[in-house]
Design a protein around this ligand. Structure first.
Ligand SMILES: NC(=O)c1ccc[n+]([C@@H]2O[C@H](COP(=O)([O-])OP(=O)(O)OC[C@H]3O[C@@H](n4cnc5c(N)ncnc54)[C@H](O)[C@@H]3O)[C@@H](O)[C@H]2O)c1
Ligand SMILES: O=C(O)C(=O)C[C@@H](O)[C@H](O)[C@H](O)COP(=O)(O)O
Ligand SMILES: [Zn+2]
Length: 369
């Protein structure tokens, strides 16, 4: 086992550590023992991750004296809903779960968001721990306490801000992750470069191949940098009243793409990749960035092997309708995160219908391009 870095997300008495290492899964029990008062653990994972990593985690927890109730969810974004959430409640209430018991989320962002939301509401709140096993979950979803589920009309529309007690990430788990999922996570990594850190973006341009080959040195540095940025942003603005909204770059477009495809066709990261290209285009139309920045964003996303277009294009009006339900809407006005240069972004609320139509046109099934 080797721990590469431990950093902390500073939120007063709700602060917690983010541990990044290799082969650290087996240390979970020993880490949790002094942190938790109770001895019950609800281990929430899914049918893909359970056969890979549940045994190691259960052994570690049991050796530390915990009693584990294993909850295995169906796998997929389309199951991030009430019915699946209820499977967690049914299993844990059935096991006479107590308030001092804790939920452990073992898996990607879907498991993490649902297990976190279950923890926020079960018995009016029990502690939970994130053990992210996808790149996306390690660099983004496990940190910061956004939890929730999708609604048929919109992504993540039901949820809570609820912080975990610990984030423990084992970079070795990425060796079993399908390539397409790795790339989806890369989209969120690229996001941090665009909104916050030009040097990170440049590092991705220079070290894309070793990163995708999971070269440990490169991977650990990149994951650490993303977690540092996310922790800094969340510590400044936990509930997204200001700067945290920048983490939503590409998501207004991306969430509409995911929702209109029924949460099945395009992975979250893929949709965010498309959304970031659209945001860059929008910023260019407003004179906020030059054509070179748009080309640079597009070039990295395409070089990474992320898709440029959704599996199925949708009518223009359907995109606009779906975007109208985004959580950033204020007084009926859509708000977009747009880059102002590499490593910097702002939120704008005065996007014109004409520029929106222009940006969406290549993605729309009913517009002649
Ligand atoms: N809360 C947040 O701040 C936040 C941030 C970003 C994204 N999200 C949410 O996260 C979700 C996307 O997360 P994701 O990309 O991790 O998708 P995911 O959770 O669906 O995981 C991707 C796939 O990889 C499998 N998998 C997970 N770990 C594996 C491993 N080590 N080896 C083999 N297979 C493995 C999963 O079973 C799944 O099939 C979306 O619902 C998105 O809305 C939330
Ligand atoms: O942590 C945040 O804040 C983010 O916006 C991170 C995003 O990558 C993530 O997809 C988030 O769930 C989107 O936020 P939402 O509030 O639009 O659901
Ligand atoms: Zn995201």
């Amino acid at each position: 086992m080797s721990v590469r870095e431990t950093l902390s997300l500073d939120l007063g008495d709700r602060s917690y550590e983010i541990v990044i290492g290799e082969n650290v899964l087996a240390s979970l029990g020993a880490r949790l023992k002094p942190m938790l008062k109770g001895r019950q653990i609800g281990l929430v994972t899914n049918e893909t991750v359970a056969p890979l990593y549940a045994e190691t985690v259960i052994r570690s927890l049991e050796e530390a004296g915990f009693q584990v109730t294993l909850v295995i969810l169906p796998d997929g974004e389309r199951y991030k809903n009430w019915e699946t959430l209820n499977l967690i409640f049914d299993a844990l209430i059935g096991a006479k779960f107590e308030r001092q018991g804790a939920i452990v989320a073992l898996g990607g962002g879907v498991v993490g968001d649902m297990a976190g939301y279950a923890a926020a509401s079960l018995l009016r709140g029990v502690p939970y721990v994130q053990v992210p096993t996808t790149l996306l979950a390690q660099v983004d979803s496990s940190v910061g306490g956004k939890t929730g589920i999708n609604h048929p009309l919109g992504k993540n529309l039901i949820g809570a801000f609820y912080q975990p007690k610990l984030v423990l990430m084992d970079l070795a788990t990425l060796h079993t992750l399908p390539k397409r999922e790795l790339l989806a996570g890369l989209a969120e990594v690229i996001k941090y470069g665009i909104i916050w850190d030009e040097a990170l973006f440049q590092q991705l341009e220079e070290q894309l191949e070793p990163l995708l080959a999971l070269d440990y040195g490169v991977l650990a540095k990149v994951v650490h940098r993303c977690c540092v940025i996310k922790a800094e942003v969340v510590a400044k603005d936990e509930r997204e009243t200001g700067v945290r909204a920048l983490l939503n770059l590409g998501h207004t477009f991306g969430h509409a793409i995911e929702n209109l495809a029924g949460y099945g066709e395009n992975l979250h990261g893929e949709a965010v990749g498309m959304g970031m290209m659209m945001a860059a285009h929008m910023a260019y139309l407003r004179g906020m960035v030059d054509a070179a920045l748009v080309a640079r964003v597009r070039a990295l996303i395409v070089r990474a092997g992320l898709p440029e277009f959704p599996a199925q294009r949708q009518p223009l009006a359907a995109y606009l309708d779906a975007m109208g339900r985004d959580k950033k809407v204020v007084a009926g006005k859509m708000r977009f995160v747009l880059p102002t240069g590499m490593g910097a972004a702002v939120v704008v609320d005065d996007v014109t219908d004409a520029s929106l139509a222009q940006v969406l046109a290549p993605y729309a099934s009913d517009v002649q391009n």
